[in-house]
Design a protein. Sequence first.
Length: 254
Amino acid sequence: MNTYQIPSNVPSNLKGQVFDARKLLPTNPKYTWESLKGLRDPKNLTTIALHHDAISKKSSAQYTDIAFAQRIATSHIRSKKNIPGGDPGFPYHLWIRNGVIYVCNDLEAFTYGVSSNNSYTVHICVSGNYAGVDTLEDRDRNALYAAILMVKSMVPTITNIKAHRELDATSCPGYDVEKVREDIQAIETQAATPELNEELDNTANATMAQIFAAYTRFNDVYKIATNPGPNQAEGQRKCLQIADMMVQSGILKQ
């Protein structure tokens, strides 16, 4: 897959810059991802795995985006953690920094993003350390959402968005992935109903826009709360919070 373009039907604030960095990043002189592992069949790609590079913005501020990506790639090539000869190169397919989406590998490339979970995952990384150090900036969040929607438009078989920590024991990516999933679903729902979008764009229907947003978010939380999984308890807690507010407003009886 060589054409990376943000879909035209996404919100205007998500239509950021996509930069192809594949030819600018160093690779292992012994092999590449493609020569080491071969190309994956796109039909087998089902999941986007979300990451951070775990390097604080303060410690990396001196580097330009490309220079910093090159340093990350070099460190993985020198690392003996995965294989004696070092990794083939940059480990993520897409990498986000300063609101820009950098294409770093073909989506079909079998890269080492999550141990034992790389045959079916596309790896998207946001630069920074969000495990209690950095905060996800709006421009990076917008670029992340645009990157997710772009990948989903390119690979229709992708149906899941997972945190690295949901697939392997780690704190990565640090930021709230449940919110990411909820926001992406809301964006996709809105994009699928152009008639409603036209109404919501009308200032006179601002109230309906709020009602629709509330309905969409509660529906998402309800689905999480009623389906067994690692996020069910948090979904149930949020549903009970909403129920308490409804009781206080007289909408729901105790």
